[in-house]
Design a protein around this ligand. Structure first.
Ligand SMILES: Nc1ncnc2c1ncn2[C@@H]1O[C@H](COP(=O)(O)OP(=O)(O)O)[C@@H](O)[C@H]1O
Ligand SMILES: [Mg+2]
Length: 373
C-alpha cells in the first residue's frame, strides 16, 4: 500500500487517520506546528513550512502520494513536486480550489452555471459591474479566504473603495444571488475516472461559517440531480482526484455554483457515520487509486452541527451530554477553543430531520459551552 503524505494538520487531516488505520494505509504529515489537530494523532509528523519548496520536497521524498488538508500550498511548488511524486489532486485541478477567479473562468468556459462575475482592479470596475448586476455586489479575495473571511457585500462605491484598501487588487466580483438555501454536492473521483456522488446536502451558514449540514437537502429531485451532475462534470472536466465538494446556491431557477474544495469538506462530515463509505476513507481510496466505496446513506436523515467556540471543561460536558443522548456521535478536534472557531462537530442519524437537528444542536451547544437547560 502507498504511503500517503498529508500537507496541513487541521481537523480534516486528523479525521483521515481513523480511515487510514482501518485500511492499513500509512499516513505521514507535514504539520504547521507540533500540537496542531492532526499532529496529535499521526505519529509520523514533520513540522515545517508548506510554503517552503525545500521542506515540501524533503517531505514528498518520503511519500508515494501527496494530498492535502487545505489549499494553501503555492501552485508553483505543486508543479515542481508533481514531477517526482503523485500529487492528488494535481496542481491544474487544485488551482481552481485555490483561486476563485481561475475557478470562475474554468467553470464558465465549461458552460457550468455561475453567478455573473468579473475580476476587478478598482472601485471604478465595481461601479461598472453594478450598473449591470445591481448593488449590492459580492467581492471576494481570489486566494486565501475561508469561513467567510475574504468575502464582503459591497453596498456602494465607498464600500468598494474600502474593500480594495483592505485587500488590494484584484478582487473577484459576483452578483449577489438571492438563494433559497445553500447546498453542497460531494463527489469522489479516482485517477482511472471512476466517480461516485454522495446525496446532496443543505448547508446552513452563519456569519460566513458553516453551522449545520442536513442530509438529504430538502429540495426538488431535479435540483439535487442537477447539483450531483454538475459536481461529477466538474470532477471530470478538471481531472480531480480525491474528494471534491461543490458549494452551490439553490434558486427558483435552478442551482448555481458558488465554489469548490478539493479535499474532504465540512459538508461531508455526516458521511463518517451516515454513509457506507465516509468521505475520509473515500478520499484515501481515490488518492491511492483503489476502487471507490459505496456512497449510499445508512439512514433516512443525518444532521451535522459544528461546535463553534468550545468550552474549557470538555470532560464535564461529556459526562452530561453522553448520558443525555447516547446516540449522538461526537467528534472533537483537539484545538484550542476560540470564539467562532470550529473545534468539533456532532452528527445525529435518524428518520426525522427536525428531531435529528434538535438533538445535534443541543449536544453541540453544550460542547460549545452553553449552560445546561
Ligand atoms: N455570489 C454570492 N451571492 C450571495 N451570497 C454569497 C455569494 N458568494 C458567497 N456568498 C455567501 O458567502 C459565503 C462564503 O462565500 P465563499 O465564496 O463560499 O467563501 P469561503 O471561501 O469563505 O467559504 C457563502 O457560503 C454565502 O453564504
Ligand atoms: Mg465556501
Amino acid at each position: 500500500l502507498p504511503t500517503v503524505g498529508v500537507i496541513g494538520a487541521g481537523q480534516l487531516a486528523r479525521m483521515m487517520q481513523p480511515a487510514a488505520v482501518a485500511l492499513g494505509i500509512r499516513l505521514v504529515l507535514l504539520a504547521e506546528s507540533a500540537d496542531a489537530s492532526a499532529a496529535q494523532v499521526i505519529p509520523d509528523t514533520t513540522v515545517g513550512d508548506y510554503t517552503d519548496l525545500a521542506t515540501l520536497q524533503a517531505f514528498a521524498a518520503r511519500c508515494d502520494v501527496v494530498t492535502f488538508d487545505h489549499e494553501h500550498v503555492p501552485t508553483a511548488h505543486l508543479e515542481v513536486l508533481a514531477r517526482s511524486v503523485q500529487v492528488r489532486p494535481g496542481p491544474q485541478a487544485l488551482v481552481c480550489a485555490q483561486d476563485k477567479v481561475v475557478m470562475r473562468r474554468r467553470l464558465s468556459s465549461a458552460g457550468l452555471p455561475c453567478p455573473r462575475w468579473r475580476s476587478a482592479e478598482s472601485a471604478a470596475d465595481v461601479v461598472d459591474f453594478a450598473a449591470d448586476a445591481g448593488w449590492p455586489v459580492i467581492a471576494k479575495t481570489p486566494r486565501g479566504g475561508y469561513d467567510g473571511k475574504g468575502v464582503a457585500l459591497l453596498a456602494d462605491p465607498a464600500e468598494a473603495a474600502a474593500a480594495f484598501q483592505r485587500w488590494g487588487a484584484p478582487l473577484l466580483l459576483e452578483e449577489a444571488i438571492a438563494f433559497t438555501r445553500e447546498l453542497a454536492a460531494v463527489v469522489a473521483r479516482s485517477p482511472s475516472g471512476q466517480a461516485v456522488a454522495y446525496p446532496v446536502v443543505e448547508t446552513v451558514q452563519r456569519d460566513g461559517i458553516c453551522a449545520e449540514v442536513v442530509m438529504p437537502a430538502p429540495i426538488a429531485d431535479e435540483h439535487a440531480l442537477a447539483a450531483q451532475s454538475i459536481a461529477l462534470q466538474v470532477a471530470a472536466e478538471l481531472d480531480v482526484v480525491g474528494v471534491l465538494a461543490v458549494e452551490l446556491f439553490d434558486t427558483a431557477d435552478g442551482v448555481v455554483v458558488n465554489e469548490l474544495a478539493m479535499r474532504p469538506h465540512n459538508s461531508g462530515h455526516w458521511s463518517i457515520e451516515g454513509a457506507i463509505t465516509g468521505q475520509f476513507e473515500q478520499h484515501l481510496r481515490a488518492v491511492c487509486d483503489l476502487p471507490l466505496g459505496a456512497p449510499d446513506p445508512v439512514a433516512d436523515t443525518a444532521v451535522m452541527v459544528n461546535v463553534l467556540g468550545g468550552c474549557a471543561d470538555i470532560a464535564a460536558q461529556y459526562r452530561s451530554v453522553m448520558a443525555h443522548d447516547p446516540g449522538a456521535r461526537i467528534h472533537w478536534y483537539g484545538k484550542e477553543p476560540r470564539p467562532g472557531r470550529k473545534v468539533g462537530h456532532v452528527t445525529v442519524l435518524g428518520a426525522d430531520r427536525e428531531v435529528c437537528a434538535e438533538r445535534a444542536r443541543y449536544v453541540a451547544s453544550r460542547l460549545a459551552g452553553a449552560a445546561d437547560g
